[in-house]
Write a protein that binds this ligand. Structure first.
Ligand code: ATP
Ligand code: MG
Length: 204
């Protein structure tokens, strides 16, 4: 259970959430996205109480596991067409190098390719805030570098909140980190995170 947690993310931050499996990272993102309600306390999005917030187009989300293949049999191109106008997504397709994937069925893509498409879908709204749950998991080293480069670029003019188990990624990119899974939740800076890693993951 997450208790006694209070934090705010400033515009332009690359805010990372870390912690062991089951520490509540995905749950916290779901709270921020309004999928779950907190038992206690308040959540504000763009300074508005989440209870009244309705500008969800300002937030892009890439979930940890996405069940799109369960209901979507079509191609990537059709999937894009469902969510955005062609003019709006041209730059995203070029930016993420998705041209070769457009004619393929989404289900037939590899995990890494699917991850890129999901990121592209999240960007179609041109969100001010991008929420990512383990954006690099399951990607090979080239795809990881590609996505990390893209996230760096994206974060220049957007706020990013990312859950990641990749501590290298976190240390290279985070402006601040929230650590879950300790006795109390802690917020730290990348250069102070080294001391916490052992405690956080129970290493001796
Ligand atoms: N819908 C649910 N109902 C009840 N318990 C849940 C639900 N979803 C998650 N949990 C539990 O809440 C805890 C936190 O889960 P969560 O998915 O937030 O962890 P996480 O930090 O994202 O872990 P991981 O690193 O494995 O993704 C876990 O013990 C999990 O079993
Ligand atoms: Mg998770």
């Amino acid at each position: 259970m997450i208790e006694d947690l209070s934090f705010s993310v400033a515009k332009g931050e690359f805010f990372c959430i870390v912690g062991p499996n089951g520490s509540g990272k995905t749950t916290l993102l779901k709270l921020l996205l309004g999928f779950l309600k907190p038992q206690k306390g308040n959540i504000y999005l763009f300074e508005e109480d989440i209870k009244n917030f309705n500008r969800w187009e300002r937030i892009g989300y890439v979930p940890q596991r996405f069940g799109v293949e369960r209901f979507w049999t079509g191609t990537v191109e059709e999937l894009f067409r469902k969510v955005a106008h062609k003019e709006k997504i041209g730059w995203i397709i070029a930016f993420l190098h998705l041209e070769d994937l457009l004619k393929k069925q989404f289900v037939k893509l590899s995990g890494g390719e699917q991850q890129k498409v999901l990121l592209a879908l999240a960007l179609t709204k041109n969100p001010d805030l991008l929420i990512l749950d383990e954006p690099l998991t399951g990607l090979d080293i080239h795809a990881q570098e590609h996505i990390e480069g893209i996230l760096k670029e994206i974060s220049k003019n957007r706020t990013v909140v990312a859950v990641s188990h990749d501590l290298g990624f976190v240390l290279r990119n985070a402006t601040r980190l929230l650590c879950l899974g300790l006795r109390e939740c802690r917020i730290t800076f990348p250069d102070q995170f080294g001391e916490l890693i052992r405690e956080l993951y129970g290493l001796h």
